[in-house]
Design a protein around this ligand. Sequence first.
Ligand SMILES: C[C@](O)(CO)[C@H](O)COP(=O)(O)OP(=O)(O)OC[C@H]1O[C@@H](n2ccc(N)nc2=O)[C@H](O)[C@@H]1O
Ligand SMILES: Nc1ncnc2c1ncn2[C@@H]1O[C@H](COP(=O)(O)OP(=O)(O)OP(=O)(O)O)[C@@H](O)[C@H]1O
Length: 325
Amino acid sequence: MRDSEFFGHVTAVAPGKVNMSLRVGPRREDGYHDVATLYFAVSLHEEVTAAPRRDSAITVSLSERSAFTEVQQQVQGETVTAAIPLDERNLAHQAAQKLRERLGITSGVDLTITKNVPVAGGMGGGSADAAAALVACSALWGAGLSKEQLAEVGAELGADVPFAILGGAAVGQGVGDELSPLLTRGELHLVIVPANTGLSTPEIYQELDAMREEAGVSAEEPELDADLVRAVCTADAEMAATLMTNELQAPAVRKIPSLDRMMDAGLLEGAMQGMVSGSGPTVVFLTRDAAAAGQLATSLEERTDVWAIPVTGPAPGARLLTSRS
Ligand SMILES: C[C@](O)(CO)[C@H](O)COP(=O)(O)OP(=O)(O)OC[C@H]1O[C@@H](n2ccc(N)nc2=O)[C@H](O)[C@@H]1O
Ligand SMILES: Nc1ncnc2c1ncn2[C@@H]1O[C@H](COP(=O)(O)OP(=O)(O)OP(=O)(O)O)[C@@H](O)[C@H]1O
């Protein structure tokens, strides 16, 4: 291992994701659910800079360039604003800690996160921070770990972390961490609409369990629609629009009923399809092409009080941006 003092800082980026399909099986003994999901990385990136320290501390701060610096959540009907945790609860902090344990080193690091992915929005923003932190720290510490090895470390931090490392489009099974990468051609054009409050992922899974129990339906083994996988792989927006689905949408809408109105507004303004992303509450619209995405974003911003961001995918996974010594 080389002395980190000889290194300058290292910056890595990792993409946010949407789930073009998310099917959820029954609750398991460990509280998790088996899923069958079609992950799709989009061109909204988290950036993490890792700078060496002389001591063994790990610090996390948010860059001023961050589009998001706090999280708003509904707690017992009240909207509560909280800062993103910058201590050991932060997923980037946990990533650095796990990596050092794996490497058997005690090097310290200052991590600076630039957040562009909505917080607690169902787009895997925290997971992208963890993925970018793993890639940046691995380079800083000269770890020489492969993407597969980093994904192994990432899987211990959260179900979505391995996909943020892999990027592109992939089928996710198990809790979402067993990935089968997909070969794709062409791009899909989407519009992302962040909500002004976040949702808690475990609460949304719990809500789904409760809704199933109320309706007396038992969860089936989750399976992906092969036609949807084909449509996404060939960037067939028309076909993908008819087949995309998310079983966490109903529980997210039950927590935030206005999401239904947002999805209707997008369809009225010309989106081919609208859906909640992952555990929500970010809404993702599928459009025909880049021009349609731009138009939809503009008209949604004009007609409703939202921020609408055109994005494309599939986007590459976590990667080094700069490395200066
Ligand atoms: C909603 C998705 O984003 C879809 O990709 C993921 O399933 C969630 O991934 P994540 O945020 O990385 O999830 P984790 O941080 O691993 O888990 C948070 C909590 O979500 C619930 N959880 C998560 C993933 C999964 N397959 N089943 C679950 O029930 C569990 O209560 C878990 O304690
Ligand atoms: N680096 C981080 N950025 C944002 N939130 C973080 C981070 N680390 C930990 N958290 C905590 O995790 C919670 C959810 O963060 P995140 O933005 O990853 O949610 P999400 O995008 O809905 O996740 P997913 O789509 O993977 O379920 C936040 O409320 C925050 O308290």
